[in-house]
Design a protein around this ligand. Structure first.
Ligand SMILES: [Zn+2]
Length: 75
């Protein structure tokens, strides 16, 4: 693992949330262009991040809420 890979691992969270300094974001982007491992890692981290944000923003579907309240009714 190169020092640049470690840099990506250390900073990917801030990179995904857009809080990384522009020069550090450029460093991450330059590295993933030449490192398939970090590119894949970052891609996966982006997907997980997007999924988490999506879950927080999307209310539970009505059917799910009904079956949960049914559970409470039966208890
Ligand atoms: Zn790398």
């Amino acid at each position: 693992m190169s020092p640049e890979c470690i840099f990506v691992l250390d900073h990917y969270n801030d990179y995904i949330s857009g809080e990384l300094l522009p020069e550090n974001a450029t460093r991450v982007e330059n590295h993933i262009r030449s490192c398939p491992n970090c590119e894949e890692f970052l891609g996966r981290a982006f997907k997980i991040h997007g999924r988490t944000v999506g879950l927080l923003r999307t209310p539970a579907p009505l059917s799910l809420r009904n079956s949960i309240s049914n559970l409470f009714d039966e208890a």
